[in-house]
Write a protein that binds this ligand. Structure first.
Ligand code: ADP
Ligand code: MG
Length: 370
């Protein structure tokens, strides 16, 4: 009976999640963090609604021909907009249900998109103080808490993790930095996507995770000093593999949480030589990500996952019954206006996907999640 109740709770929880749509887009504006930043002019105005962000187009001035102020605002609508005042704890509240649905057999994918310095790494990883912990360590903590409580109703889970980065379209294992620098991605129907020779480690506690992540980050950092801030030039993918079974109820679930700190989306204007090669590769993979989202939106029979390593790697968690969250991070300053507009436009395109899914749901009932 306990098991029945548990299964009912999960079914209810996933139905609620399905109603929210399979692709969601959040926007997060970071606060100024240094004394110098505190005095910089900002370009976002008001956070009066939970889902609308307004950006100042130009400095306020009077239009000479009409005598009226020009069109000074652009407006973007997302599933949620988070102001600079939003804490990591508040932000994670919106994510926690998504993480929990991975324990119920879903593939979940969370992207942080935005220019370098916009708050992607802060959002995903955070810093060392407990209240600044990012979404990745918070997800792991929540997974272990939930597994502990599910153990009372006979659920047994295994948790494994891998850390990789995609740099210039090469896949590198951050747990095996001395290994091959260009791992192969394979996709087999039914089995999903695998990366050959990628280290996948079982963990038993948040502490195990923390130790592995520290070592993975060190390997990213080593490269960063050698390669002039390589960390903002690569996509970092943390994957949590979950398998749960309940022998009494003869059910089992396999799910995953993919947390992606994307490379900086800034444009190439000043890049030369090696930097230019990187920028081209980043632009190619970010636009491939956008194209895949649009193909899903248009319900194209062909979704071009293979156009980049990034989308090919994440194929099984984009589309289908997977749940995707795109976080678009923006800095608050006027000087970053055009990069911010680019990021917001990109994210708005992704947001259309969700609208369509929602409309379809209204016509035909959502498929059973069991
Ligand atoms: P990115 O990874 O996009 O290049 P970072 O995450 O490194 O950007 O953020 C740039 C700086 O702003 C860092 O010093 C970071 O700690 C700080 N920061 C970003 N977002 C926030 C936030 N929401 N609250 C407080 N500080 C933040
Ligand atoms: Mg970063």
């Amino acid at each position: 009976k306990v098991i029945d109740a548990e299964l009912m709770r999960r079914k209810y929880h996933n139905t609620i999640q399905d109603l929210k749509g399979n692709i969601r887009v959040f926007c997060r504006v970071r606060p100024p963090v240094t004394d110098a930043e505190l005095t910089k002019p900002q370009c976002f105005i008001g956070y009066t609604s939970e889902s609308v962000i307004e950006i100042k187009k130009t400095k306020e001035s009077v239009c000479p021909s009409t005598g009226k102020p020009p069109d000074i605002k652009a407006e973007f609508v997302f599933d949620r907009v988070f102001s600079p005042a939003c804490t990591q704890t508040e932000f994670f509240e919106e994510l926690s249900q998504l993480v929990q649905s991975a324990l119920d057999g879903y593939d979940v994918c969370v992207f942080a998109y935005g220019q370098t310095g916009s708050g992607k790494t802060y959002t995903m990883q955070g810093d060392s103080s407990p209240e600044h912990l990012g979404m990745i360590p918070r997800s792991v903590n929540l997974i272990f808490e939930t597994i502990d409580s599910l153990a009372k109703s006979n659920w047994v889970y295994t948790v494994k993790v891998s850390f990789l980065e995609i740099y210039n379209d090469n896949v590198r294992d951050l747990l095996d930095p001395k290994g091959t620098q260009n791992l192969e991605i394979c996709h087999n129907e039914g089995k999903g996507t695998t990366v050959s020779n990628l280290k996948i480690q079982q963990i038993h506690s948040p502490k195990d995770f923390h130790d592995l992540m520290t070592s993975a980050l060190k390997h990213r950092m080593v490269a960063a000093t050698n390669f002039n801030e390589l960390s903002s030039r690569s996509h970092a993918v943390t994957k949590i593999y979950l398998h749960g079974s309940n022998s009494a109820a003869a059910v089992s679930y396999t799910g995953s949480v993919n947390l992606v700190d994307l490379a900086g989306s800034e444009s190439a204007k000043t890049s030369l030589g090696e930097r230019l090669v990187e920028t081209k590769s980043i632009n190619k993979s970010l636009s491939a990500l956008g194209t895949v989202m649009l193909a899903l939106y248009n319900k194209n029979s062909h979704v071009p996952y293979r156009n980049s390593k990034l989308t090919y790697l994440l194929q099984s968690c984009l589309g289908g019954t997977s749940k995707t969250l795109m976080i678009v991070n923006v800095p608050p300053f006027e000087e970053h206006y055009s990069e911010s507009i680019n990021s917001l436009r990109f994210a708005s395109k992704v947001k259309q996907v969700k609208n369509l899914l929602k409309r379809n749901r209204a016509v035909s009932p959502a498929p059973s999640t069991q």
